[in-house]
Each structure stands twice: as C-alpha cells, then as structure tokens.
Write a protein that binds this ligand. Structure first.
Ligand code: CA
Length: 356
C-alpha cells in the first residue's frame, strides 16, 4: 500500500516535472531560434592547408567562401617596440566590444573619416589593451584596427594595438567574460570561442604579432602599468619583454605556474594586471623611481576605469580607460608635441586640471 502511494506520488511528480520541463524547453528553443536568426558575425578567416576559408554568420546562417590565397597576409612579424620624434599621438583603451562608440570617438576626433578610413596622417594611434570581452562587437573592432594599421603605415603613421589582460585571457581559453552572442557564434561555427582566434586564423596570427608594451618618444604605453616589482625582475628591454609575453601565449597557465613565471608576468604586479598607480597610494618619489629605471617621463595605462581620461602625479601617469565598456561615453588622450590634453566624445579639446 505504502509502496503504491509512493509510486503514485512519483508518477504525479514526474508528470509535473515533465510538463514544466517541456514548457521551459519550448520557450528556450523559441528564444534560442530567435536569437540565432538575429545573429550576424564575422568574417572569420581560417587558414586550412594553404587555403583561406572565410566564414560569416548572416542572420544565423553560416556563409562559407574560399578566398584567393593572397587575400590576406598569413605571416606577421612582431611589431616594432620603439618610436621617436612622433609629433601626434592619440591613445585610448578598454573598448570591450563597443565598436559603435569607438568609431564615433575616432570620427569626431578626425582619426578616421566618415567611411572609417585613416585620417590621422603621420599620427600614432595607441589602443592600450582590452578590445576583447564584455561587449558584442569585438570582431568588428579587430578588423577595423587590422585595416587602419595598414592605412596608417601607408600614410607614415602607426596603429599600436597592445594586448591587455582580456586579450591574454581569451587567447588562453579563459572565456568567462565573452558576450552571450559569442557563445552562439562559436557554437554555430562548431568551435570554442578562442579557436576563432587561434594560430590557424588570420586574426589569431595577427594578434600574436602584437606587443604588450611600447615606447613612443618619452612615453611608455602598457595596459596595467609597470611596477617596481616588475622592474626588479626584468631588465627594461622592451623587445625582450614583449617576446616573453608573446611566447607565453603558447604556454598553459598550469605550466607557467610551476615556476615564478606566472606571478611575474600574469600576477597582480605584472604589465597587464597592475593597478598600483591608482590603488597603492604610491609616493611621487616612487613614481619617479619607476620612471627613472625606464629612463622615460610618462606612462600611459588603461585597465582602471574612470569617467574620463585622467592624469596622476603631475602628468607623469595617464589613465586612458574612460569607461567605454559601458557603451555610453569615452575619451581619448591627445599628445601633440609635448602637450597633453583630453579629447571628448564630441571631439572637443579639454585641458587637464592639475590638483594643487
Ligand atoms: Ca583590463
């Protein structure tokens, strides 16, 4: 009798669960189908046995094309690390998939024209890391930078795309921060998201040619910052530091953790994670010491979000993460000859106010 009652109860329970699961199931499938039908992404260019295969997602359908073998470069030399006598520099960071806002900012400040082409002459544009993660238009930004880089060189200028902690996270397969659209895109393409940027893709190879830190005139640009701790462990030789970071992309986190390597290059005081200029209450003498060890005058960093581009320590440090990730507003650091100013989203020039 007891057993029968229990069975009956379980049967009843099962029916309820099944019904509610089905309803859930139908709802999820519908909304998923709708989300897929709205999905547009790409291009992703895969390098397969000396062939270039381009895949685009158009309204949820994958369109595959075989490109001419010379449609894109597939070999990229590491970017140079040192530039001198540059008269115009613009820098911003932490774009985090906010393509539309980034484009608006670049157009309004005459770095690109209305058609998205280079309009900055011999100027240098520095993207101080973190194009990946959070927002929905990462791939669009990557292709824009890819194009502008070529156009800038043709015009005697330069684009520097420096890798931030989020580039390193994605390229190491840490996908905790990708936008939900990219979960769908990569599933549709039958890949893990980071495989869309692996060494058998055009953008993946290109990303692996990028630097983490560069020097332009007497300014160093790097996503997190250069800590005293980091300088104690490294000679300040930019080429070597960049090569170490670049080759670490091919190493696993576990393997790097076996030695002190991970702590030095991926820890809290590393180039890509350091927040000390903002959070550690350093004395100005400590900043002077760091700058002295590098034999430079200014460090430009991203990574710590502010409402606008900020200066610290009498313009020795500049923070260019102006919270573009929120998709509402952003600014650019503007360096003309030796003068530093901010440029607003509307393209207005603003001087830094020194705190007394
Ligand atoms: Ca960051």
């Amino acid at each position: 009798m007891f057993r029968n009652k229990t069975s009956l109860f379980f049967l009843f329970f099962l029916v309820i669960v099944t019904v509610s699961n089905c309803q859930e199931g139908i709802k999820t499938t519908d909304s998923l189908a709708f989300a897929i039908s709205q999905l547009n992404d790409g291009p992703f260019v895969f390098i397969e046995e000396n062939q270039l295969i381009e895949k685009n997602i158009v309204n949820g359908e994958i369109i595959t094309k075989t490109l001419k073998p010379n449609a894109f470069d597939t070999e990229f030399l590491p970017d140079p690390v040192f530039f001198n006598e540059v008269k115009k520099i613009a820098a911003f960071s932490d774009l985090h998939g906010q393509y539309d806002l980034a484009v608006e900012l670049l157009i309004n400040n005459n770095i690109i024209d209305e058609n998205g082409n280079w309009d900055f002459g011999k100027g240098h544009l520095v993207i101080v890391g973190d194009v990946f993660d959070r927002g929905p238009k990462v791939n669009e930004i990557l292709w824009l930078i890819f194009k502008l880089e070529q156009q800038a060189i043709t015009n005697g200028g330069r684009v520097h795309f420096l890798l931030g902690n989020h580039e390193y996270m994605v390229l190491h397969g840490d996908l905790r921060y990708i936008h939900e659209d990219y979960v769908l895109s990569s599933k549709l393409l039958g890949k893990e998201y980071h495989e869309l940027y692996n060494n058998n893709t055009v953008l993946g190879r290109w990303l692996r040619s990028k630097n983490t830190i560069v020097q332009i005139n007497d300014n160093v640009f790097v996503h997190g910052g250069v800590s005293k701790k980091f300088l104690e462990k490294n000679d300040f030789t930019l080429k070597i530091i960049n090569d170490i970071m670049r080759s670490s992309l091919e190493r696993t986190k576990e393997e790097m953790k076996v030695t002190g390597f991970y702590k030095t290059y991926y820890g809290k005081k590393s180039l890509i994670w350091y927040r000390g200029y903002f959070n550690d209450d350093l004395k100005e003498e400590e900043i002077d010491e760091i700058l002295g060890l590098m034999d430079i005058e200014h460090v430009v960093v991203g990574h710590c979000s502010n409402k606008k581009v900020v200066q610290l320590y009498h313009q020795k440090i500049f923070g260019v993460d102006s919270s573009i990730k929120k998709g509402k507003y952003g600014e650019i650091l503007w360096i003309k000859n030796k003068h530093y100013s901010r440029r607003t989203l509307e393209g207005k020039k603003k001087e830094f106010k020194e705190k007394k």
